[in-house]
Write a protein that binds this ligand. Structure first.
Ligand SMILES: [Zn+2]
Length: 407
């Protein structure tokens, strides 16, 4: 098989068609499965072709499978699969996967957790199964805050192994995941969990503290934009970052923002456009944006720098909150709670001190604030700052954060 040889070589591949993903075959397969990355899926599709994909579907006994014709870049990534076909496919993958690839392939499916990709909370939050859980989810934006979500999982409950798929359409992300969770609980009502904990339907164990649910919604962040970031680092931080890089190494600051707009999608569109600022590229971006209903979208991989706060882009993780004032967001429990959970998890993961969780408006007083440039288009980059998340409001935010406890 083509992929057996691809997995054993050390070549570096890039998707020139979609133009925004590259890596080894293992990297791209990992991105396709764990991050539901359509660009990587497109690369895989280019390698194997439609015939091989259709053969897999036929061998699995799938009846309704169809490659997408809507967008030539996402023929595989947006393919149509029924819940029945997904469960059927999962029931056969053991037999269909060559022995030499099984540990890699099943390892990817078993490594996804409830926060890994959109729609992945259902089976985990249901509490019916004990690890290992093999699962995969997908999603499609129907517009107006509604989504199609699917989740297929192989789980062991009460000594039996089940392949189950759930498809939900026309609801918000949070509701869709709750529906999936309820479906899994109802399906296994009365079945004793092999692991003991969380066996009784309707009383799932409380979610483990840690990573909140994150919807992966990447903006365009291709090699060209990374190179622009590297040039920005050379120009703005060249005196202390040598050699220049676009990688966010050892982040020390979390910067909180509001979008100055009504919704996450308006901010997403701005960041995706990569428009220049003060005549400099790349455009602005943030790693995360939180919508008014509390949904957390991740737009950029944390391994890359995002240009959002002059003087801190080399070391700051950026979190945007949809809204037009600090006070408005402090008065929205769902949005504020998600911002706090995300910040808490990031601060714990990257060992960022509470005092380095700052508002954009506090940037100039950060001990990490460093900037090489002075006047650019009539603006002094030494003091360029925005007025989102003022000090007094951040005092409130940080006190709520500390009330969440340690790591
Ligand atoms: Zn800001």
């Amino acid at each position: 098989m083509l992929f057996r040889s691809k997995l054993s070589d050390s070549g570096h591949y890039s998707n020139s068609q979609a133009g925004k993903c590259s890596g080894t075959a293992k990297d791209l397969l990992t991105n396709m499965i764990k991050n539901s990355d359509n660009c990587s899926a497109d690369w895989v599709y280019q390698q194997v072709g439609s015939g091989a994909v259709q053969t897999v579907a036929t061998n699995a006994g799938m009846k309704g499978f169809a490659l997408s014709t809507a967008d030539p870049l996402y023929t595989l990534g947006e393919s149509k699969v029924t819940a029945n076909d997904m469960a059927l496919f999962f029931s056969k993958i053991d037999k269909m996967m060559p022995a030499s690839q099984k540990s890699f392939g099943m390892g990817l499916l078993g490594a996804i957790d409830s926060a890994g990709t959109p729609g992945h909370a259902g089976v985990y939050d249901s509490g019916v199964a004990q690890p290992p859980i093999y699962s995969k989810s997908g999603w499609d934006d129907e517009g107006h805050g509604h989504y199609t979500f699917n989740q297929v999982a192989r789980i062991t409950v009460g000594g039996g192994t089940y392949n189950v798929a759930v498809l939900v359409s026309g609801s918000t992300e949070t509701n869709s995941e709750n529906i999936m969770k309820t479906v899994f609980q109802k399906l296994f009502s009365g079945t004793t969990s092999a692991g003991g904990g969380g066996g009784a339907p309707g009383t799932p164990p409380p979610p483990a503290p840690g990573k909140p649910k994150i919807l992966w919604k990447p903006i365009k962040f291709d090699q060209a934009r990374m190179n622009e970031m590297k040039t920005y680092v050379k120009n703005n931080y060249g005196s202390f970052i040598k050699p220049a890089t676009y990688f966010l190494n050892n982040p020390q600051v979390i910067a909180e923002h509001y979008t100055a707009g009504p919704s996450a999608i308006s901010a997403w569109n701005t960041f995706d456009s990569n428009a220049t600022l003060y005549g400099e590229s790349p455009g602005t971006c943030a790693h995360f944006v939180i919508d008014t209903d509390g949904a957390i979208w991740q737009m950029v991989d944390l391994k890359y720098m995002c240009r959002r706060v002059t003087g801190l882009n080399y070391t700051a993780i950026g979190i945007e909150m949809a809204g037009t004032s600090d006070g408005q967001i402090l008065g929205r429990p769902a949005e504020l709670s998600s911002a706090l959970k995300l910040t808490h998890w990031l601060a714990c993961t990257y060992h960022i001190k509470p005092g380095n969780v700052i508002g954009h408006a506090e940037a100039l007083s950060s001990p990490y604030h460093k900037e090489d440039l002075h006047m650019v288009q009539g603006v002094d980059m030494q003091t360029e700052v925005h007025s989102d998340w003022l000090h007094n409001d951040m005092v409130t935010f940080r006190s709520k954060l500390s009330a969440m406890g340690g790591c």
